[in-house]
Design a protein around this ligand. Structure first.
Ligand SMILES: NC(=O)c1ccc[n+]([C@@H]2O[C@H](COP(=O)([O-])OP(=O)(O)OC[C@H]3O[C@@H](n4cnc5c(N)ncnc54)[C@H](OP(=O)(O)O)[C@@H]3O)[C@@H](O)[C@H]2O)c1
Length: 239
């Protein structure tokens, strides 16, 4: 199924990386920004990468740019919204978009992290960024996902991603939609990580991965071993 996907805070590496992979999978992506022109420039850059990627059987999608609010409006109620702003901007961004996000699936990839001689977790009163989103957006279906994949890996379309995306949500249908989206990206698997209260572990795991990346000079990800095939979605998507 082809989705319309708005990425709020989409001009950074994680937003552009996800946009690259979503467009390669055939989806229509709108990169959001505080600045329309910055969004348009980022969208043109991503589209050039998508167009230049090795051909597959999958028809390419599109990437355009807009303000964050316009991006959400453009995808409509049937679309998906992905959040990739820094945690410092999480609350204010969601408060400003809350009315428009009612009824939508909101995928939160934000990691509460700060850097002081290495990465450190930021304590969130609600338990996690994703639970903060759910508290701020009572009418939306919040799904925590994509925290553990490095932007650099997403940005390189030639890189096959033998990784898992852990998906946590209190909404079964939204979990299914996001899990299906995950599996369209380059060999990624979606693993149902349970209810949204477990999002704190998905977010915290990224703090650990950033530290590992620093020590090993790499871009690591996660792969859960020992799952029955029936418990996993995906693993064989297109690059
Ligand atoms: N980078 C990774 O490898 C990675 C991996 C997993 C998860 N994440 C998470 O994904 C999110 C984005 O990561 P990133 O590395 O792409 O971050 P980033 O480059 O620091 O920020 C992404 C975008 O957010 C917007 N933004 C920045 N400050 C803002 C503010 N005060 N208010 C509103 N918008 C603001 C900016 O877009 P405009 O200036 O155009 O508005 C910026 O391009 C973070 O929460 C991060 O923890 C990142």
């Amino acid at each position: 199924m082809t989705h319309r996907i708005a990425i709020v805070g989409g001009t950074g590496p994680e937003g552009r990386g996800l946009a690259t992979r979503f467009a390669l999978a055939g989806h229509a992506v709108v990169l959001g920004s505080r600045d329309r022109e910055r969004a348009a420039a980022a969208a043109a850059d991503v589209m050039a990468v998508v167009t230049g990627a090795a051909p597959t059987d999958q028809p390419r999608g599109t990437v355009s740019g807009a303000s964050n609010a316009e991006a959400v409006d453009a995808v409509g109620l049937d679309g998906l919204v992905v959040l990739t702003v820094p945690f410092e901007a999480h609350r204010a961004t969601l408060e400003s978009l809350a009315p428009a996000l009612a009824g939508m699936i909101v995928v939160d990839a934000v990691v509460p992290v700060r850097f002081e001689r290495g990465p450190r977790p930021v304590e969130v009163p609600e338990g996690s960024a994703a639970e903060q989103a759910a508290a701020l957006l009572p009418g939306a279906r919040v799904v925590a996902a994509f925290h553990n994949i490095a932007a650099e890996a997403l940005l390189d379309p030639s890189r096959v991603l033998h990784e898992d995306v852990l998906v946590a949500s209190d909404h079964a249908e939204a979990t299914a939609v996001v899990s299906a989206l995950v599996t369209e990206i380059a060999s990624l698997r979606a693993v149902n990580a349970g209810p949204l209260r477990f999002a704190r572990y998905l977010e915290g795991l990224t703090v650990l991965l950033i530290g590992i990346n620093g020590r090993y000079k790499t871009r690591s990800g996660v792969r859960i071993e020992g799952l029955p095939e029936a418990g996993i979605v995906g693993g064989g998507g297109t690059a």
